[in-house]
Design a protein around this ligand. Sequence first.
Ligand SMILES: [Zn+2]
Length: 403
Amino acid sequence: MRNDAAAVRAWLEPRADEMAELLARLVAVESENPPGRNLGRCARVLRDAMERLGLGPEIIELAPGGELEEPAVVRGTVGDGGKLLYFHGHFDVVPVQDRKQFTVERRDGKLIGRGTADMKGGIVSMLYGAAAAKELGLLGDGRIVLHLVCDEETGSVAGSGHLREAELIDPRAVAMVTGEPSGAGIWHAARGAVSLRVDIRGREAHVGQAHRGVNAFQHMLHVARPVEAYAAEMATRHTNFPMNGDDAPGTMLVVGGLSGGGSNFNVVPGSVHFTVDGRFNPEEDLDGELKRLTALIDDAAAEIGADVSVEVTQLQPSASTDESHPAAVTLARCVDEVEGARPQFEMCAGILDIRWYAQLGIPAFAYGAGRLDVSHGPEEYVDEAAMRRVAAVYALYAREMLA
Ligand SMILES: [Zn+2]
C-alpha cells in the first residue's frame, strides 16, 4: 500500500496547472458573503468542474433567504460502496479589501487572491483528491460524498442547515473532512457561538426639552457594563484543548461590534442598540451561558427601569472529536505519509462546519493547505504545492477509511 502515496502524487503533479486554473476561475466569481452574491454562478462553475472530473455533481437550489443570491449546495458522489466519507467545503468568501483580489496572481509558488486559502483552494484540493481516489481505484468498499455550501461565512444555516434538515447527512458516515485553512495542523474541535442584539428604547425629546425625554444611550451604558464584566470573566476561563500558540485560550466575546442609534446630535436618543458576539470553548455549557448573559442584561435593565429587549441572532454549538478516535489517528497517519511529519491536533479559535456532522456522532475534522493568519486579509494566498499535497492526503484518507 506504500506505493499508493507515490501513485497519488504522480497523478496530481501533472495537473498542477489545471488545479491552479480552476482555482483562478473560482476566485474570479465574486461570491462575497455578506451579502452573498453570485452564489448560483459559483455553484455552476463548480458543477461543471466536477462534471469534468467525474464527480457526479448536482445543484440543490435552496429557498431564498436574506440577501443570499441563488443560494445552493453542490453535492457530488464518487464510488458506490456502502461506506461513506464526507468531503465538505464552502464557496462563499469574506468581502475583499480590494477588487484586485478577485484576480488570482500566480507567483513564487503561491496563488494569491480572495478565497485561495479560505477555502476555494481547499475545494480544489478536495475535488482533485476525490478524483485521484476514483481514478486510482482507492475507493474500496465505499464512496465519497462532496458537499459544497454557499453561506459558511454567515453561519451556514442555509447550506449546512439544509443538509441536516433534509437528512442528507448520514450519521453512519465513517468521517467528515473540510478543507478549511488549518495550516499544518488538524482542527478536531471548534468553538460554539452565541450572538445577541440588544435594543434599548427611551423617548425622544429636543435638547431644549431634554428633561421630557428618556435617554436610551444612558440606559445602554448601564446595561452594557455587566456584559463587559462577563466578557472579562469568560476570557479567563481557558480551554483544555490544544491551540495555536498565537490564540487566546479563553472564551472570547466582543461587546458592541455593532452599536448605534439616535436620530440627531440635538435629540435625546429614543432608541439605541448594541451587539454581543461570543466564541465559547467546547467545555462551556452554551445554553447555560446564554441564560446567564440574558439574565445579566435583564437584571441591569430592571435596576433602572430600562425598556430593553434581547434577540438571539446566532446560537451554534461547539464540536469536538477525540484525537485518539481511530478516524483521527488515521487522518494524522495519512498526513504523515505525505508530509513526512506528524500533524498537531488543535482547536480552531472560531466556529467550523464540522459541528453539523460532529453533532450526529460523525468524527469530523478540518485540514487544509491555507493558513488562517492570512485568510481574511489583503494578502490571502495558498501555497500551490501544499494544495496538491493536501489533495493527496484526502485521496489516501479515502483509501484508508473506505477499505
Ligand atoms: Zn472558511
